[in-house]
Design a protein around this ligand. Structure first.
Ligand code: 13P
Length: 323
């Protein structure tokens, strides 16, 4: 069943658990994630990065297939535009297949982050689509220092104000995680997370899940994280599978014109054969495993957004900004 982020995370808040949001980048990874969620009877959020949609073929087809799969799934499935920075892409996603978007203006000064987020919230909520935004800034693992994150940690007071001013449905916070591979050991500021959770009404999101360590993630879940983003770990697993495949079968055909595309294709066929790699990384995860039962759960009745999409107002004027 196709559900919004708001529905998913309100339920997670009631149940005190965390929903996994793995990034998908091709048909194989998409199938793997949805099948894994069904196998575990767990809700899931399909994350499609804005950068992925720069590939015009993926832009055209991946969200459509994701939407179809979400509708047919027997567990709740949301589709989230991850790290939406372009106004154009955000509005397209709101109009099309996504049940939520993340507007990432976390690199902007506070007032601009608020203004950009509010604009997207206004459009999205008109159509029943949820919005995630980020306050503070989750950086890259390569910038990690011995003491953890150098700057950009979320200020609890500011997070509270931001959530109230923007009316977002979920809030990503910076509490010590980083995107990509950590240079050093991840250090999470759990006191800060607790303080944010106590002050902020909306469900909290943790980016940079890869390499953070299960102990840290479970603690973060206990302290109020309701959505966990994971990307790099899946790619690392993919690389391992590709390596293994090439070792076992060195003559594997790789003559596709673009090197990066060749890698992705290879990725798809080698890694997601039987869909095992992603399933293992995503769902052998005590945070989500076993937390959700469909049986007597009235919250996730089938929720189609068909009527909502398509009635968007005219946004044909110049976009108010481009990142
Ligand atoms: P990782 O790549 O570190 O798992 O981060 C994923 C993420 O936050 C996507 O938005």
């Amino acid at each position: 069943m196709y559900v919004t982020l708001k529905q998913l995370l309100e339920h997670a808040e009631q149940g005190g658990y965390t929903v996994l949001a793995p990034n998908v980048f091709n048909l194989e990874s998409l199938i793997a994630v949805v099948e894994a969620a069904e196998a575990e009877r767990a809700p899931v959020i399909i994350a499609i990065g804005e950068s992925r949609l720069k590939d015009s073929q993926l832009q055209k087809y991946l969200p459509v297939v994701a939407r179809q799969m979400a509708q047919e799934a027997t567990v709740p499935v949301g589709i989230n535009l991850d790290h939406g920075k372009s106004y154009h892409e955000l509005v397209l996603a709101i109009q099309k297949e996504f049940s939520s978007v993340m507007i990432d203006a976390s690199m902007c000064p506070y007032e601009e982050n608020v203004a950009r987020t509010k604009e997207i919230v206004k459009i999205a909520h008109e159509l029943g689509i949820s919005v995630e935004a980020e306050i503070g800034h989750v950086g890259q693992g390569e910038d990690y220092t011995e003491n953890g994150v150098a700057d950009g940690l979320t200020e609890p007071e500011m997070a509270k104000r931001f959530a109230e001013e923007t009316q977002v449905d979920a809030l990503a916070v910076a509490v010590g995680t980083a995107h990509g591979v950590y240079k050093g050991t991840p250090k999470l500021d759990f006191d800060r997370l607790k303080e944010i959770y106590d002050m902020v009404e909306v469900p909290l999101v943790l980016h940079g899940g890869s390499g953070t360590g299960m102990e840290n993630l479970i603690r973060a879940s206990e302290l109020g994280i309701r959505k966990l983003n994971i990307n790099t770990e899946l790619l690392i697993e993919a690389r391992e599978q590709v390596r293994k495949e090439l070792q076992e079968n060195p003559e594997i055909e790789i003559s596709v014109s673009s090197p990066s595309y060749a890698w992705i294709r290879l990725h798809g066929t080698a890694v997601f054969e039987n869909n095992m790699a992603v399933k293992e990384v995503c769902m052998q995860n005590p945070i989500v495993k076993g937390q959700y039962q469909t049986a007597d759960n009235p919250i996730f009745e089938v929720f189609y957004l068909d009527n909502a999409h398509g009635v968007i107002a005219d946004f044909s004027g110049n976009p108010p900004y481009e990142f």
